[in-house]
Design a protein. Structure first.
Length: 148
């Protein structure tokens, strides 16, 4: 992961324990970064270190989000905010299409037509007001069947 990451066995942990922690955090549900921070915190300070690492990882983004939400609540009635959001919608749609095109082109294994067919059927199902979870589930099952 980090070939020259300075891990000292007397301060935090040794390289093999860190690699093991990265492996465990990858298979466990949740954020890898948060789990690794708690591991390092626990290695340094026991349970209090793990709690300090957890709080240090959670509080800054939480406070940032609360600050942004409070600003947006004050500006909610402004016309330029609505126009800003309406302008974002097509940009996000184009970005999603570009990412989908890169995925289909690079990883379809020569089955671009099947990918486009699944996407088309999914779009038609959503236009016909099919529940989105069912459309996603069906598209995933079709992907498993056709891309084995």
């Amino acid at each position: 992961m980090f070939p020259h990451f300075p891990l000292r066995s007397n301060l935090v942990t040794n390289r093999s324990e860190f690699v093991e922690a990265v492996g465990f955090s990858s298979v466990l549900p949740g954020s890898d970064a948060l789990q690794l921070a708690m591991f390092v915190g626990y290695s340094v300070g026991g349970y209090s270190g793990a709690i300090a690492a957890l709080l240090g990882s959670i509080f800054p983004p939480t406070l940032l989000m609360l600050g942004i939400i409070s600003v947006l609540q004050r500006l909610r009635g402004e016309a330029w905010i609505g126009n800003f959001v309406r302008g974002l919608a097509p940009a996000i749609a184009v970005l999603m299409l570009l990412v989908a095109w890169q995925v289909f082109r690079g990883e379809s294994g020569g089955r671009l037509g099947v990918s486009i067919a699944i996407a088309g059927v999914s779009l038609i199902a959503l236009i016909l007001k099919a529940p989105a979870p069912f459309v996603l589930l069906a598209a995933g099952i079709l992907g498993i069947i056709f891309f084995r």
